[in-house]
Design a protein around this ligand. Structure first.
Ligand code: FAD
Ligand code: PHB
Length: 389
């Protein structure tokens, strides 16, 4: 098989890149390790920055999001004493969109099917060959048969555990990492959300987040030690813990019910530099991971796609390689700013095991300052709704 851009990974990064490239007349083939059902069953991001929303419009996959997504003007930050509203719309003129990653991915798969893009599922042993030459190719196995895909460029959209990043020799790249000493236990339940906007709570019982997917589907998280296992958390234990972390009126009005998904995600900040090796480009989680506290992971994947899509169209349609030469530096500038924001939000909202008595006071003072300073709220809002591309 031959294509212009070989895309490794059919998650949100790979699908969005493919959709935009195909719309611009660039041919792609997506190689995905899992089945479509598996990709669509992963409950992950819930909040889209306005820039991501605009890109989904540009990609022609916004109809259902416009009909079913829920634009939010702001969100809340609390501790045991305070509840602070940050009104993004008043402070920046922009909103965020509550629309689940599974929905975005469903819409993208449908649009790709309508365009007739080749998506090969259940591929194994993907190897990216000769990325530093003008004739790279990808080898993979499907149904027990070894195959070859020739291409002009390779986009590594295969997430943190994929092969693309590791294809770059260790002495040609650098990793920056911080692993946090806790995870998030997440529960999805068919219940009415306990609050009309998201509530991020830093309580003396630990961190909790009240989020949602729709008016009938809630998504909640609590901070747990990394050693905890999901099966140690009955639904009852989860609801009790969650309610103990949220302000009394939010906890009091909470509808509880059986969980329909429950999982633990470790928290990590990670960046790989650079994002390019010859004709191979890293996009999204294959190159960087943020802790979910700032809701930035999927949105950063979307901004990487924005830069790379424009760069590849210029290279393939106009023979102009300025964009691909600048891709890594341009994307990394925005990535590091989102890293900083996600790290700061994580530090501001979580209890760290074994921390000194000073740490909790710093978190309290940060929230107090947020409640009293419009400048502090504007800074948070500007980062939360997404820095410009
Ligand atoms: P992935 O979603 O990881 O997709 C990579 C794809 O590549 C997968 O389908 C995988 O099967 C495939 N693959 C892997 N290896 C190979 C291989 N060798 N060959 C072929 N295919 C391969 N982000 C936000 O912006 N907002 C949020 O509110 C938010 N909340 C989150 C909550 C949780 C609990 C978690 C875990 C994450 C959250 N995120 C959030 C982060 C967001 O989900 C990720 O950043 C996003 O999924 C990245 O997309 P991606 O396509 O780059 O990578
Ligand atoms: C979610 O709804 O899953 C969600 C929302 C905001 C975050 C993280 C996760 O910061």
């Amino acid at each position: 098989m031959r294509t212009e851009v070989a895309i490794i990974g059919g998650g949100p990064s790979g699908l969005l890149l493919s959709q935009l490239l195909n719309k611009a007349g660039v041919a792609t083939v997506i190689l995905e390790r899992s089945s479509r059902e598996h990709v669509l069953s992963r409950i992950r991001a819930g909040v889209l920055e306005w820039g991501t929303v605009q890109m989904l419009h540009e990609a022609g996959v916004s109809d259902r999001m416009e009909a079913e997504g829920d634009p939010h003007d702001g969100c809340y930050f609390t501790d045991d004493d305070l509840m602070v509203h940050v009104n993004f719309h008043e402070l920046t003129g922009k909103r965020v969109m509550v629309y689940g990653q599974t929905e975005v991915t469903t819409d993208l798969y449908e649009a790709q099917d309508a365009m007739g893009t080749t998506i090969v599922h259940n591929v194994e042993d993907v190897v990216i060959q000769d990325p530093t030459t003008n004739a790279p190719y990808v080898e993979y196995t499907v149904n027990g048969e070894r195959r070859r895909l020739d291409c002009a460029y390779v986009a590594g959209c295969d997430g943190f555990h994929g092969v693309s990043r590791k294809t770059i020799p260790e002495d040609k790249r650098k990793e920056f990492e911080r692993v946090y000493p806790f995870g998030w236990l997440g529960v999805l339940s068919r219940t009415k959300p306990s609050h009309h906007e998201l509530v991020y709570a830093n309580s003396s019982n630990g961190f909790a987040l009240a989020s949602m997917r729709s008016q009938t589907l809630s998504r909640y998280y609590v901070q747990v030690p990394l050693t905890d296992k999901v099966d140690e958390w009955s639904d009852e234990r989860f609801w009790t813990k969650l309610q103990s972390c949220l302000p009394a009126d939010v906890a009091g009005s909470m509808e509880t019910g059986p969980s329909i998904e429950k999982s633990i995600a470790p928290l990590r900040s990670f960046v790989n530099e650079p994002l390019r090796w010859g004709r191979l480009f890293l996009v999204g989680d294959s190159a960087h991971i943020v802790p979910p506290t700032g809701a930035k992971g999927l949105n950063l994947a979307a901004s990487d796609v924005f830069y790379l899509y424009n760069a590849l169209v210029d290279a393939l349609k106009k023979g102009d390689e300025t964009g691909i030469d600048g891709y890594s530096e341009r994307a990394l500038t925005r990535i590091w700013k989102a890293m900083r924001f996600s790290w700061q939000m994580t530090t501001m909202l979580h209890q760290f095991e074994g921390e000194d008595s000073f740490a909790g006071q710093m978190r309290k003072a940060t929230l107090k300052h947020l409640s009293q300073s419009e400048t502090a709220r504007r800074d948070l809002a500007e980062n939360y709704i997404g820095l410009p591309y």
